[in-house]
Design a protein around this ligand. Structure first.
Ligand code: ZN
Length: 261
């Protein structure tokens, strides 16, 4: 047999594209990443994408004209008889690492927060580590004065516990108005409302917000983030997600009850 012909036959599978390669196509991954994190600019920028596409094509060209016969054991196509429908080639997705780079594990933003997104330590851990108070920041939106507020964990938790256990039956899985529209302290400078400082989602001070009963100051997207990372439903109106967030945080603090029904 003609050696060139033989080489082409062997190589055909290696440039083939399985149906799953569509999802692994950098363009599709790029769109997906955009929807997840539009701030992830470096690797998912269009210029990088174009660079990758060019690189991709160069690889194809080399494979067809210059490449040595591939090692059959590394052939990604289990059926060598199936020819390639397009020029796309199944190969490692360069964006996969970045997508995976957004792991569930983060640097704990506070001593009372865990290294898992949207999770706080339970009361036992906090007490055995001598963490009895926590703090957080509130800001006046009018004069921009920032205040640090400290809460006694047990005292604040008792207030929430009493409220939840006394009213849960009539909440109907929805946050009541006092949770939806938190009562906020006033600025000592100008008398305006002091809102909690809520920055990047991964750094949200969840324990501070729940103990101050200010979770209602979160945006819907913050609550969706919380529900997503705590494996709760994240669809529905704000009062639904807010209720879930309150109960979930109480459960995280008191994993042995009484918030589990
Ligand atoms: Zn003020």
């Amino acid at each position: 047999m003609d050696p060139k012909r033989l080489q082409l036959n062997l190589w055909t599978p290696s440039i083939s594209s399985s149906s799953s390669s569509l999802e692994q196509n950098p363009y599709f991954s790029y769109c997906h990443l955009l929807s997840i994190d539009h701030k992830h600019h470096l690797p998912s920028s269009p210029s990088n994408l174009n660079a990758t596409k060019g690189h991709h094509q160069e690889f194809l060209h080399l494979d067809l004209t210059l490449g040595p016969p591939p090692d059959p054991s590394s052939n990604p196509n289990p059926n060598p008889a199936v020819a390639a429908p397009t020029g796309r080639r199944a190969r490692a997705n360069p964006f996969q690492k970045l997508k995976g780079g957004k792991s569930e594990t983060i640097t704990a933003p506070y001593p009372w927060a865990t290294t898992r997104r949207a999770r706080v330590h339970d009361l036992n851990y906090l007490q055995s580590n001598n963490i009895r108070t926590i703090n957080g920041q509130v800001e006046c939106k009018v004069c921009q004065t920032v205040y640090t507020i400290e809460y006694d964990i047990e005292e604040k938790l008792k207030g929430i516990k009493d409220f939840v256990l006394g009213n849960r039956w009539r909440m109907n899985d929805r946050a009541p108005k006092c949770w939806m529209y938190p009562r906020l302290d006033n600025c000592k400078n100008c008398g305006s409302s002091l809102k909690p400082v809520i920055g990047k989602k991964r750094d949200i001070n969840w324990l501070f917000l729940v103990l101050g009963q200010m979770l209602g100051c979160c945006k819907l997207s913050d609550l969706k983030y919380f529900c997503k990372h705590t494996k709760n439903h994240r669809t529905g109106a704000k009062n639904r997600l807010l209720y879930i967030a309150y109960i979930e945080l109480c459960k995280q603090l008191c994993p042995h009850g009484p918030f589990h029904l």
